[in-house]
Design a protein around this ligand. Structure first.
Ligand SMILES: CCc1ccsc1-c1ccc(O)c(O)c1
Ligand SMILES: [Mn+2]
Ligand SMILES: [Mn+2]
Ligand SMILES: [Mn+2]
Length: 246
């Protein structure tokens, strides 16, 4: 669905606040801090900026952001887990302000991280940016997943299939589904004024996953590491505008 200029302007604000909140939390990722402490930092940043965390209470989710460590693909719940030297830590935060949402995530290096994990993180960011750069009016939505999947396959990485990008605006998730793999069914034509997320999760091994008993935490079936990056973007007449820059 195409957003009005008024909604788009509000989404620029929400996106910026979400990006600033993510940066603030990311600066505190270090060995010895708990994921609960990161949650408080993100929660308070949003409130201090007149925003509210979209995830808190969303479908019963209990916290203000997601912290997904190492083999956790997504939706890790902040708790008393202490970050360790060598961990890779994804923080996913969404700002709700003035009736609209801005959704972003990034994977941070905690202390000294091994080469294989650092490459996974760098390449996942590159994959997300290549997917975003492929966004142009007139193209079918599956161009995004095609470029992400082909880049990931260069390194033998898995591309998570069951968790996708999504339309976003006055709701956290709207009807649009944005696969990160080449899905021939994703034939929606990209139009100026559309707003959606691109948020690929790449894995060192399988893309298959298990769910923890908490009903939220998603982990790779082989427990190998996984990384993710997410931006909320606006489709413009000649391409895209990333809304979640700090
Ligand atoms: C934790 C919030 C939540 C609950 C069910 S799906 C979900 C979620 C989390 C982060 C996201 O970027 C997203 O698009 C959805
Ligand atoms: Mn992870
Ligand atoms: Mn997110
Ligand atoms: Mn999202």
């Amino acid at each position: 669905d195409v957003k009005t200029p008024e909604i788009i302007e509000k989404m620029r604000v929400a996106g910026k606040i979400a990006a600033q909140a993510l940066r603030e939390v990311g600066e505190h990722v270090r060995p010895g801090i708990t994921t609960d402490e990161l949650d408080v930092i993100g929660h308070e940043f949003l409130l201090d900026h007149g925003a509210y965390p979209s995830t808190l209470g969303y479908r019963g989710y209990p916290k203000s952001l997601c912290t997904s460590i190492n083999e956790v693909i997504c939706h890790g719940i902040p708790d008393d887990t202490v970050l360790r030297d060598g961990d890779i830590v994804n923080v996913d935060i969404t700002a709700f302000i003035d009736g609209v949402h801005g959704d972003t995530d990034a994977t941070f290096l905690c202390g000294d991280v091994d080469e294989e994990s650092r490459l996974l993180v760098e390449r996942t960011h590159e994959a997300a940016m290549r997917g975003i750069r492929a966004v142009k009016p007139g193209r079918a939505l599956n161009v995004i997943g095609r470029v992400i999947e082909s880049y990931a396959k260069r390194f033998g990485y898995g591309v998570v299939r069951d968790f996708t990008g999504h339309g976003i605006g006055t709701t956290f998730h709207s009807g649009l589904v944005v696969p990160h793999y080449d899905d021939p069914a994703a034939t929606t034509i990209i139009e100026p004024g559309m707003t959606f997320t691109v948020e690929p999760m790449l894995t060192l091994g399988t893309y298959e996953y298990d769910m923890w008993a908490d009903g939220w935490t998603v982990v790779t079936k082989d427990r190998k590491r996984t990384a993710q990056f997410e931006h909320t973007l606006l489709v413009t007449d000649d391409g895209h505008e990333i809304l979640t820059l700090p």
